[in-house]
Design a protein around this ligand. Sequence first.
Ligand SMILES: CC(C)(COP(=O)(O)OP(=O)(O)OC[C@H]1O[C@@H](n2cnc3c(N)ncnc32)[C@H](O)[C@@H]1OP(=O)(O)O)[C@@H](O)C(=O)NCCC(=O)NCCS
Length: 151
Amino acid sequence: MDEPALARLLDAAVAGADPLEVMPPVGGPPGWTPERRAAFLEFHRARCLNSATAVERTWVVDVDGEAAGAARLQPDGDAVEAGIWLSRSSRGRGIGARVTALLLAEARSSGAARLLASTTAGNRGARGLLEGAGATLIVEGDEVTVELPLS
Ligand SMILES: CC(C)(COP(=O)(O)OP(=O)(O)OC[C@H]1O[C@@H](n2cnc3c(N)ncnc32)[C@H](O)[C@@H]1OP(=O)(O)O)[C@@H](O)C(=O)NCCC(=O)NCCS
């Protein structure tokens, strides 16, 4: 991720994702309002691009040369937390599984002992993705968490 990639990522999010799928909630009318677009950019600048505040590494997922989503790894003690989203037209084609394999390899080479991820009980895509990666899902109410040993 860098500033040009972030601009491409915002275009992909606006074109093919719901704000709540890709960023924390921002008040106001539904959809990609100017406030939500600005918040999306600030969210990634603070979490990834600004070295004074960064907590994670984020990669833009390019499909056929165009931004189609993002993947992230956030160190957490001896573990690393992973996240991923894809634009609607890129879902259900095996791309998430390929990106997850890349995240696992990157997490391993960074020396992390465990990979953590979470989603909601109704998110069938994310659940399928995590099960496909070999994770055992822990379901507590609406929350689903996984922990994959990396060594
Ligand atoms: C979750 C997400 C990243 C999955 O990526 P994807 O490219 O669509 O997933 P894949 O096509 O690689 O599928 C991976 C596995 O999950 C299954 N799967 C994917 N979408 C599914 C769905 N909607 N319902 C049931 N199973 C699904 C696939 O069948 C596949 O299983 P298999 O290997 O046994 O065939 C993508 O759907 C997405 O971006 N969703 C919106 C954002 C989001 O929810 N992110 C996760 C937040 S925790």
